[in-house]
Design a binder for this molecule. Structure first.
Ligand SMILES: [Zn+2]
Length: 184
């Protein structure tokens, strides 16, 4: 499925938006109305989010929250082997046991393998992951497939939406081929 990271980005955006005044979730049209916002949003940098992650120094593994030592270099959010770079934006705070558990896996691949719930992934990290992926996966073109773990995580993420109508609208909003040609 192409555009996997865009769909993932849209779901975390949905999860961040406060409920309207009547306390009910937004209708499926939310996704279609926001489609241009998703595309410009995923193209931005997560500078503040990265800094918050660094300063919090808490392991982000599900249910862990161990404070990691100041001299810890953490781990790569997206492994170098998959195009992740050795810079601060690709940093994910993990304690030593979780660092070695993650090993060379992509963050979401690891999350899926551990069978942790999508809802347990901190939204800021989720957002940042999508943005990094979007930058890195310049090969994630309209014709290519997203990696299987990304699809698996996305399916779990879509289950957090209130109805099939929402899921359908999400797919439609993020598959409008003509609205965006990804620059290299
Ligand atoms: Zn940990």
């Amino acid at each position: 499925m192409p555009w996997g990271s865009l769909r993932l980005y849209a779901v975390q955006h949905w999860l961040r938006v406060p409920l309207p005044k009547d306390g009910k979730p937004y209708a499926p049209g939310f996704f279609l109305r926001q489609k241009n916002g998703f595309i410009s949003g995923i193209g931005r940098e997560s500078r503040q989010g990265i800094l918050r992650l660094i300063y919090a120094r808490r392991c982000v593994a599900h249910g862990c929250e161990t404070i990691i030592p100041e001299n810890s270099a953490g781990d790569h959010l997206i492994p170098v082997a998959l195009g992740g770079r050795n810079y601060v934006a690709n940093f994910v705070p993990l304690c030593r046991p979780h660092n070695s558990s993650k090993g060379k896996k992509d963050l979401l691949e690891w999350w899926v393998v551990r069978q942790w719930p999508a809802v347990g992934l901190p939204l800021e990290l989720w957002c940042h992951y999508c943005r990094l992926n979007w930058q890195l996966l310049s090969h994630e073109t309209l014709s290519s497939d997203a990696p299987l773990y990304l699809v698996a995580f996305l399916e779990a993420a879509k289950n957090l939406l209130p109805s099939d109508g929402h899921r359908k609208a999400l797919d439609m909003a993020c598959s409008i081929k003509e609205i965006y040609v990804k620059p290299r």
